[in-house]
Design a protein around this ligand. Sequence first.
Ligand SMILES: Cc1cc2nc3c(=O)[nH]c(=O)nc-3n(C[C@H](O)[C@H](O)[C@H](O)COP(=O)(O)OP(=O)(O)OC[C@H]3O[C@@H](n4cnc5c(N)ncnc54)[C@H](O)[C@@H]3O)c2cc1C
Length: 438
Amino acid sequence: MNELKTKYDVIVAGAGIAGISAAVKAAREGVSVLLIEHYGFVGGMSTAGMVSPFMKHSVNGETLVRGVFEDIEIEMRNRNGMIDNGFYASAFRAASFNLLKNADCNLLLHSEILKVNRIGNTIDSLTVLINGIEYVIRANVFIDTTGDAQLLYLGNFPFAKGDEKTGKLQALTLFFRMINIDIKVVTEYAKANKDNFFDWMEYNFDFKKIISIAGYFKQVKKAISEGRLQEDVQYIFFTTLPESGEGSFNTSNILGVDASTSYNLTQAELLGRKQVEQVVKLLQSEIPGFENSILLETAVQVGVRETRRAIGDYIVTGDDIKSGHKFDDAVARAVYGIDIHGQKDEESRMEHLPEGQYYEIPVRALIVKEAENLLVAGRCISSTREGHSALRIQPTSSATGEACGALAALSVKQNKPVRKINYCDLQNLISHNLKKKA
Ligand SMILES: Cc1cc2nc3c(=O)[nH]c(=O)nc-3n(C[C@H](O)[C@H](O)[C@H](O)COP(=O)(O)OP(=O)(O)OC[C@H]3O[C@@H](n4cnc5c(N)ncnc54)[C@H](O)[C@@H]3O)c2cc1C
């Protein structure tokens, strides 16, 4: 990681799992890369948001996402920071920093992208705020992995936001982690009170794997009726972590917030913290197995599922997901279905694909319409709201990030615009078994 230059081959904006995967891939292909991040660490939702575990990404026993994603997994397991598909934010940070360093990727932390400077439909440079001073940094190809499609917004490129009819955005969640939970007692209580939990819960608990507990409907309802719990919290959901007795809670439910502005996010942070305090009190005082539990930490920031998404050369739809659409120019594969965490007056939806089915993502969904040198990955991907709700998960974000990194590197090395790159060349660079179809 060298000193800051004024020009790179590729700039990746935002160091969540998509940005890390893009930057590592491009750098491994031998082009110069600058990865710019607002926080003092990398990982985005996977670390600042403390989101765990990785959602399903295999079909018929075959892993669909390989490459940088698998390398992150291996690095985390080597640090005892991952069990089954769950992991610690600290392990994710350490693993990612190591991969970025080994790939010789340049990193600029504690920096905020302020402006996107265009010459026609080509991005010439970004203006970045570093220590209160504005720097202009140029590149040939730009990748927007800010989660919020900040480069599109600042550069006035086309994007969409929220439900096509209602404008609603998915609920937000502030993650937290507790220790000293007696998991045996928790599971025995769940087995004996199945009507108090979701009907999808499985009760063949294997303590070497992640255990998911979701429900406590009766206690939640009572606490709400007595004014001890904010009414938007609908249930308590947590998964266990590598260390026994630890749980990662995906429980708070923050509604009515458009998280694309700092002011709104501030309201969400305050509400999220209030909900966490209330849930922890409820767990410690009323839920078997939590008598000696301790709140270890809350996430650095509230978890944001949905803000802006790109409008690209192709828009992935809910039908593409549900029908298992395959594309000649596929650059990633996934199995996760439509998953919308409902807003006020909106039902939540979880629609799994039939067992054994998967879908593909075409490279055109990563190329921003009306832009010559701007790619998107992760949460910014070009999709309808339904499509987005499936594509936003971490393994798919990594796969689309890696594809952008490979495409950007090819564009630089072949000295051709991103749209002129032969998709077979691109597929040859990607390690997700895409060529198997041929
Ligand atoms: C509550 C919640 C639960 C979830 N549960 C799961 C789950 O169980 N399993 C799963 O696989 N997925 C889950 N997801 C989805 C998944 O975590 C995210 O969609 C995914 O991690 C997004 O990755 P990303 O790289 O696209 O964006 P992000 O992780 O959001 O990264 C974007 C990065 O860009 C940076 N950035 C933004 N703007 C700027 C700027 N102007 N200048 C500099 N830097 C900037 C941010 O600081 C951040 O680091 C969940 C998400 C949420 C919110």
